[in-house]
Design a binder for this molecule. Structure first.
Ligand code: ADP
Ligand code: MG
Length: 266
């Protein structure tokens, strides 16, 4: 075995020990280039470490995206703002690009009937925040409530709530589908109280506040939850016709045309 093979082997081991997988992968190639081109030593060091940092950042974003539970294809680029005139694109872009609201633990509330794009828009916002290095968790409201309830039964609700702390934005999709039972809604209330003015929530709901009495059984609890949620919130009202239904309508005349063309005698 030659001296340089032994050195390369030791280098690989050290880089593995130091958890520098990118330097480890690229060392031979970049060192060879450096020798060929006569780089000063600091340039070689810089080049290798830049690669490591860039890939580390990339891996971090991929991990955040994987843990987020966001639908991969619901992005801002695929959202047709013209279909929802009541929502200002500029306002949504400001939420996606400026993160001061996350520092304040401010909320985003999206209201509207089914099919108007609430889940799509909130997912798209989540992706934009992940792109900017933030951590986001998307969950159906009813799933999270069940998880928290199970945690309460096992006397580990505080730990379960603490796990959600690491997310800058917690998205609760479809608040209205929470079953109306005291124990369930009180965990939801605890979550809202826990994050109040510290960590942001984004909530989508079919029902306006006036019907939240049906979500939180006790009127006092409803009032306190609504108060906390709206205190620092951007409210996006999406009162348009279902996008799905509209796309179906838009597609229909064409289909009828094809059908009548086919029925024409030749
Ligand atoms: P909601 O959550 O309000 O019930 P969704 O977000 O699930 O509605 O939207 C229903 C379907 O229509 C999804 O496939 C979504 O991607 C699409 N959609 C809704 N609104 C828009 C829009 N403005 N631009 C592009 N796609 C939309
Ligand atoms: Mg939805």
């Amino acid at each position: 075995m030659s001296g340089s093979t032994i050195t390369a082997g030791r280098l690989e081991l050290m880089l593995a020990e130091l958890r520098l997988p990118t330097v480890r992968r690229l060392a031979a190639q970049v060192c060879a280039q450096s020798d060929r081109e006569g780089w000063p030593a600091h340039r070689l060091l810089e080049a290798l470490l830049e690669h490591e940092l860039a890939e580390r950042e990339q891996r971090r974003l991929e991990r955040h995206r994987a843990e987020s539970g966001l639908s991969p294809d619901k992005r801002l680029s695929g959202f047709d703002f013209a279909a929802v005139p009541s929502v200002s694109k500029a306002q949504v872009m400001a939420l996606a690009e400026g993160h001061e609201w996350l520092e304040r633990g401010a909320n985003v509330l999206l209201f509207g009937p089914p099919g108007v794009g609430k889940s799509h828009l909130v997912c798209a916002l989540g992706h934009a925040l992940i792109d900017a290095g933030r951590r986001v968790l998307f969950t159906r409201c009813s799933d999270l409530v069940q998880r928290l309830q199970a945690a309460r039964r096992d006397l580990r609700l505080p730990q379960e709530l603490a796990k959600l702390e690491r997310f800058d934005l917690l998205i609760l999709d479809d608040l209205s589908y929470v079953r109306r039972d005291q124990a369930e809604t009180s965990v939801l209330f605890e979550l809202i109280a826990e994050r109040y003015e510290r960590k942001s929530l984004a909530i989508t709901a079919n029902t306006p506040f006036s019907q939240w009495g049906e979500v939180f059984v006790e009127p006092a609890m409803t009032l306190a939850a609504v108060d906390r949620l709206v205190h620092h919130a951007t409210i996006l009202e999406m009162n348009v016709e279902s996008y799905r239904r509209r796309s179906a309508h838009a597609a229909q005349p064409a289909r009828r045309q094809v059908a009548s063309d086919a029925a024409e005698p030749v």
